[in-house]
Design a protein around this ligand. Structure first.
Ligand code: HEM
Length: 147
């Protein structure tokens, strides 16, 4: 319906290479919660946040994140098929020391990136549509923390 269309069209409008948008998202994330940078162990001996953000391992993670979002956008009609994948992804993030509370900040950073990248295209209904999808993804990942 309308929400799904907003998400699909806006995601496509970001272009084929989503990595630069992911970098905007994670720059914002580390601005809001700098301690998260320490969870990326390969980033421990880089100088500034900007140095970290341009390291190959880090860009690799950004690429992975963009691929997960891409998968969610492609599966808007059957997001439940990603349940097991997202639960396991949650488990991996618990293992590396991510806290489920940080996902709210990740969501904020995602919206920030959309606002930067879409400009006038960033509207209240679009924001809500993305937030709804993100909430479903995060709920599935958060199940990975359950004992
Ligand atoms: C793996 C950290 C958010 C997707 C990892 C790893 C770390 C990490 C340290 C393992 C090393 C690596 O593969 O680079 C974080 C932190 C996050 C975050 C601190 C923010 C709080 C996300 C989000 C997604 C995501 C929002 C996707 C929606 C992935 C994927 C992997 C991964 C696909 C690879 C898992 C595998 O090896 O099977 N993350 N992550 N991450 N992350 Fe994240």
């Amino acid at each position: 319906e309308k929400e799904k269309e907003l998400i699909r069209v806006s995601w496509e409008s970001l272009g084929k290479n989503k990595v630069p948008h992911g970098v905007i998202m994670f720059s914002r994330l580390f601005e809001l919660e700098p301690a998260l940078l320490n969870l990326f162990h390969y980033n421990t001996n880089c100088g500034t946040t900007q140095d970290c953000l341009s390291s190959p391992e880090f860009l690799d993670h950004v690429t992975k994140v963009m691929l997960v979002i891409d998968a969610a956008v492609s599966h808007l009609d059957n997001l439940h098929t990603l349940e097991d994948f997202l639960l396991n992804l949650g488990k991996k993030h618990q293992a590396v020391g991510v806290n489920t509370q940080s996902f709210a900040v990740v969501g904020e950073s995602l919206l920030y990136m959309l606002q930067c990248s879409l400009g006038q295209g960033y509207t209240a209904p679009l924001r809500q549509a993305w937030l709804n999808m993100y909430t479903i993804v995060v709920a599935a990942m958060s199940r990975g923390w359950a004992k």
